[in-house]
Design a protein around this ligand. Structure first.
Ligand code: AHR
Length: 307
């Protein structure tokens, strides 16, 4: 596989075996670790030879990895773009080499959608809306202003942009909801803690934390406890992902609500890749199915949570 010779698109496998080049964002969160495991496990199960690289949250590393996959004439390239913009050149190079590209987890903002075959992943705007909907319900009887701080994901990433937008859309309908501070915590626990410490120093009266992922929320919990406040009581916390550590904090009453974002994209990715390599048509967008968790639901789900 991977050496072409059949004249077909994407150097389609002569020995029936597919070689996939996969450029991962990094290992910034529990979600990402579960996603990497899912992709590696599914590749092994499907008999796909996986060339895997970790970009350490840097776009330049992803571009380098994709160029190297093109040079190696892999059958298909999949990647989770760290940020949305700046991909056109390298995607054109893949297209010119007739190697199909699949976006997984995160989107790009390229106007030319023929540069990739499909985008498999969550609807991040909807996730933000779900977070906002819980909040408006929770505070529906409150007459007072609700002071919210927001920990954003990686600047310029699809989940940060979309989760912010979906949330703002829902809470924007009622002026009592006020986002008094909003800053990136880069999807990591350490940054989440650091930024929350600064939020707490600057704002004595925080009612709600909306964190774009569990890890930043977990870091923020340490900051809140460090400031002598009780997470989940003094400050309600909404996060996104539903990884095990997040679910544990939800069951323990420290997080108030979690919107699920599923990292288990591996099996669907391998199916789509096999079809793309064969030149079969695939849907342009495949949206992951997801749910939400209250504290009670987290207690029930925890024992069988895989990641
Ligand atoms: O792109 C998905 C996001 O990236 C997850 O919500 C976050 O935890 C991860 O780092």
């Amino acid at each position: 596989a991977g050496c072409g010779g059949d004249g077909g698109s994407g150097g389609s496998a002569d020995d029936g075996k597919i070689t996939m080049g996969f450029s991962q964002v990094g290992a910034e969160s529990g979600w990402r670790t579960a996603n990497t495991k899912s992709v590696q496990g599914a590749a092994a199960a499907a008999g796909v030879t996986l060339k895997f690289s970790d970009a350490q949250q840097k776009q330049e590393n992803q571009i380098k990895a994709i160029r190297s996959y093109i040079q190696q004439k892999v059958d298909v390239i999949a990647f989770s773009p760290v940020v949305e913009s700046g991909w056109d050149t390298v995607l054109k190079e893949a297209k010119n080499a007739s190697i199909p590209v699949i976006l997984t987890d995160r989107a790009v903002d390229s106007a030319d959608t023929s540069l990739y075959k499909t985008f498999l992943g969550s609807d991040f705007v909807e996730e933000g809306r779900k977070a906002g909907t819980w909040l408006t319900e929770e505070f529906k009887d409150s007459k007072d202003p609700v002071n919210i701080v927001e920990l954003q994901g990686t600047t310029g990433s699809a989940p940060a942009n979309d989760r912010k937008a979906g949330f703002a859309e829902v809470i924007g309908a009622d002026p009592k909801f006020k986002v008094i501070a909003s800053q990136t915590g880069d999807f990591t626990r350490a940054k989440g803690k650091e930024v929350m410490e600064a939020f707490l120093k600057a704002n004595p009266d925080i009612d709600v934390l909306y964190a774009h992922n569990d890890d930043m929320g977990l870091g923020a919990i340490e900051a809140i406890e460090g400031a002598g406040k009780v997470p989940g009581k003094d400050i309600k916390i909404i996060t996104i992902d539903a990884v095990k550590d997040g679910m544990q904090a939800l069951a323990d009453g420290k997080i108030s609500y979690i919107v699920e974002c599923s990292p288990l994209l591996g099996p669907q990715l391998m199916d789509l890749a096999a079809k793309a390599v064969k030149g079969e048509s695939i849907p342009a967008r495949v949206v992951t199915e997801e749910t939400t968790f209250t504290q009670e639901q987290a207690k029930e789900a925890l024992p069988s949570r895989q990641y």
